[in-house]
Design a protein around this ligand. Structure first.
Ligand code: NAD
Length: 549
């Protein structure tokens, strides 16, 4: 960017202000700016259709358009061009809507100076470029927009905001492994992303799924940072992934793939560096292979290099079911806050893997009537309540819920719209969107999965009074008990299950209480409140450590 000329489309009807911006940008040589100034929306659209605009500086109040309308109409004509809003309207709701809608920044006119304007343009252009390259991903976009919204409301230090918007370290490998047949070698893309290295070692699962890409792994790493910070764990966030469908691999292929993954990333993982755990498509067996490969490499057993291991290898009691159990602890808490008991309430669970099946089990044990569950193949509905133990036996035998006789088969879409007290999406991202958020009929939405709800849906749910337990809080039970496993491993301790569950409940309840208090005091939705709790902690750690050199 240093030696080039950037074309800035300045959309501003106040000629004095337009001249001021032109003067500020005119002083810059690296980069130099070619400023095209227009005073109306119509003129701006006309110029955008000619192309070759690097960034739009947009006033929201124009003679032919006002407020967010202006923003969205410009965006419709420049979907890939970064837009920086510069306005006299000091309005948090407007700012967060603009950021949610894709604005790169929201600058208040009376606070703009040459340096802040240049910085804002620099980052907007760089981000747009990076996103167009490796980071292009709806999930990463969602994670960044959630962060930007919370950072704006919290007034997070500008240097830290820019630092946290992308992960600190990302490694990609084109990873070969032998198939069972003949001499065939498969090469797949594999990732490990460490978002924040400030808080201690990094921590986060490894996902095997055909849709995995750098952006998805980066989003999950970012959410891990907030999850660990919200629960006061001494970790930064990380995540790993392999773009592969594990259900098409034999156990031997899965093992070779996992061992190769470990050796590719061996330089950046370790008990004091970065500690992987299971996520979608991986399990305790995969963690055992990682632990063994790492241990072979260093020459002695290192159980603490992973969590979520089998118990005999130093795994913790309660880790396997921790995410589902923690989710249900928080659901119970939310029910109490709303003045009803979970015992007797109705619940719907999307996804019947690790998180979903355990959540359904603990919901049923708490006396809730689980009226529907689903997996990738089908959804099952029974208004009298499903026999969760029998469903788990069925899935152990048949792998999927398809043709299971204990309920009526419905679609996953219908499942989300069932009338219930608690809806727990525990499958995958991007399930509750602007399209279906208005049709949900639950009182509590408890996000067992990561990123199941879009920002537009958040707004709709807030307006409709649905109580949200956001993913970074609701599914944090897994990383909390992973932390316990790591601590026990480093100190050769063995805590009983009751102690583990009690400690987890205390940590989650404390995080939820702080989130609720902040949400009430500052009139925020629960996601933004939880994010602010988390990013204040990360922000102050960054400031205290300072910047090397
Ligand atoms: P898993 O692989 O064990 O289970 C995923 C489940 O989702 C399966 O039942 C699968 O059939 C179902 N599914 C897949 N595609 C679906 C679709 N299109 N519609 C409905 N169901 C579908 O994975 P998991 O470990 O239970 O993880 C689920 C979610 O929870 C992920 O978002 C993961 O990141 C998150 N999470 C997991 C943990 C953990 O400890 N495992 C911790 C925190 C968050």
């Amino acid at each position: 960017m240093a030696s080039q000329t950037l074309t800035v489309l300045l959309v501003e009807d106040n000629p004095l202000y337009a001249r001021l911006i032109q003067r500020l940008l005119g002083r810059s040589e690296h980069p130099a700016f070619d400023v095209v100034a227009v005073g109306t929306l119509a003129k701006a659209v006309e110029r955008l259709t000619l192309g070759a605009v690097d960034v739009v500086l947009l006033d929201l109040m124009l003679p032919d358009s006002s407020a967010l309308d202006t923003f969205f109409r410009i965006r419709a004509h420049a979907a890939e061009t970064p837009i920086i809003v510069q306005t006299a309207l000091d309005d948090v709701t407007l700012a967060s809507r603009a950021v949610e809608g894709g604005a790169q920044d929201y600058l208040l006119k009376d606070r703009i100076n040459g340096a802040s304007l240049l910085r804002s343009i620099h980052y907007a252009v760089e981000r747009a470029r990076a996103r167009g390259a490796e980071w292009h991903s709806a999930m990463f976009h969602l994670a960044q927009q959630q962060f930007l919204k919370a950072a704006y409301i919290a007034g997070l230090d500008d240097n830290i905001r820019q630092r946290l918007l992308f992960p600190e370290r990302s490694q990609i490998a084109a990873l070969p492994f032998k198939r069972d047949q003949g001499n065939q070698v498969e090469t797949v893309f594999a990732y490990r992303v460490q978002h924040v290295l400030t808080m201690g070692p990094t921590k986060g699962g490894i996902r095997y799924h055909p849709d995995v890409d750098l952006g998805e792994v980066a989003a999950l790493a970012m959410w891990m940072t907030w999850k660990c910070a919200l629960t006061n764990l001494p970790y930064g966030g990380a995540k790993g992934g392999v773009r592969v469908d594990p259900t098409t691999l034999s156990p031997a292929e899965l093992e070779r793939l996992t061992r190769r993954y470990t050796s590719e990333f061996i330089g950046i993982i370790g008990p004091d560096k970065d500690v992987p755990a299971p996520d979608m498509g991986t399990d305790a067996q995969v963690m055992a292979w990682i632990m063994d490969t790492y241990s072979q490499h260093v020459g002695y057993s290192v159980p603490s290099v992973v969590t979520g291991k089998p118990i005999v290898l130093g795994g913790s009691l309660g880790r396997n079911e921790a995410t589902g159990r923690g989710l249900v602890y928080l659901i119970e808490h939310a029910c109490r806050s709303l003045g009803f008991a979970l015992n007797g309430a109705t619940a719907v669970v999307q996804g019947f893997g690790n998180v979903g099946s355990h959540a359904a089990t603990f919901l049923a044990e708490s006396g809730a009537k689980v009226i529907a569950v689903s997996d990738v193949a089908t959804a099952l509905y029974n208004p009298q309540g499903l026999p969760i133990d029998k469903l788990r036996d069925y899935v152990r035998e048949h792998r999927l819920l398809a043709d299971c006789p204990y309920g009526e088969a419905i679609s996953n879409r219908e499942l989300l719209e069932l009338e219930c007290d608690v809806l727990a999406p525990c499958a995958l991202q991007n399930q509750i969107t602007a399209e279906n958020a208005g049709k949900l009929k639950c009182r509590i939405l408890a996000e067992g999965a990561n990123g199941p709800t879009t920002l537009e849906a958040d707004e709709i749910l807030k307006e409709r009074g649905v109580v949200l337990l956001p993913d970074i809080l609701a599914n944090a039970g897994g990383v909390v008990v992973s932390y316990f496993e790591w601590v026990q491993g480093l100190q050769n301790l063995m805590w009983p299950l009751e102690e583990i569950n009690e400690r987890m409940r205390n940590i989650l309840t404390d995080a939820m209480t702080r989130t609720q208090r902040r949400a009430e005091a500052d009139k925020l939705d629960m996601r933004t409140a939880a994010m602010i709790e988390a990013l204040n902690r990360v922000g102050s750690a960054n400031l205290l450590r300072g910047l090397f050199p």
